[in-house]
Write a protein that binds this ligand. Structure first.
Ligand code: IMP
Ligand code: MG
Length: 185
């Protein structure tokens, strides 16, 4: 029998985290912020987060593809349409795992001379970090497990779940739809 998926955070947890992060960001940036989200995983998080901000906010998107998992070799597939010069910028990520992707993205953005550059991530897999990264805003710390839902996918599946669940990677690799039956109502 396959290992069951485990719900880590339900919709109420996620709402509470967004409310807290919205307060923290609004307090730190009374003059407003530019949120830069990384496609595609951060899209649901971004959409809920911006509605919790009480300061002026603009959004923009970066598209990336990884050449190989955990290699840190990332390529931009979609660049920003916004000039970052002098802006207060927050990079919005779904999950920071090894930190390699973030290291690449932060270097790219820093070169564009923003007034400030911080990171907001929904999940922080701190135990897996290879490149240490300062994370100004964190939704939840999670352990070394593979999570899906609320933007996070396995081969494109599960992004539209309103909860976040940990699944067994070998089970998913054998059948990407293995958890569809139990995770969708
Ligand atoms: P890093 O370069 O190892 O920090 O990789 C971060 C990226 O890997 C994230 O932005 C996700 O796209 C992906 N990722 C890492 N862990 C997970 C997970 O548990 N579920 C789904 N995607 C993940
Ligand atoms: Mg990502």
């Amino acid at each position: 029998m396959k290992p069951a998926a485990r719900v880590l955070h339900d919709a109420d947890d996620l709402r509470a985290a967004n409310a807290r992060l919205g307060r923290e960001i609004s307090e730190a940036h009374p003059d407003g912020v530019l949120l830069v989200a990384v496609l595609k995983g951060s899209v649901l998080f971004l959409a809920d987060l911006v509605r919790q901000l009480t300061v002026p906010v603009e959004i923009d998107f970066l598209g990336i593809t990884s050449y190989a998992p955990d290699s840190g070799r990332v390529r931009l597939t979609k660049d920003l349409g916004t000039d970052l010069t002098g802006r207060e910028v927050i990079l919005v990520e779904d999950v920071v795992d090894t930190g390699l992707t973030l290291a690449y993205l932060l270097a790219q953005l820093r070169a564009r001379a923003p007034a400030s550059l911080e990171v907001c991530t929904l999940f922080d897999k701190r135990a897996r970090r290879i490149v240490p990264q300062p994370l100004a805003y964190v939704g939840f710390e999670i352990g070394d497990e593979f999570v899906v839902g609320y933007g996070l996918d396995f081969r494109g599946r599960y992004r539209n779940l309103e909860l976040v669940a940990a699944g067994d990677v070998d089970t998913l690799a054998a059948d990407p739809d293995a958890y569809v039956g139990e995770l969708y109502p």
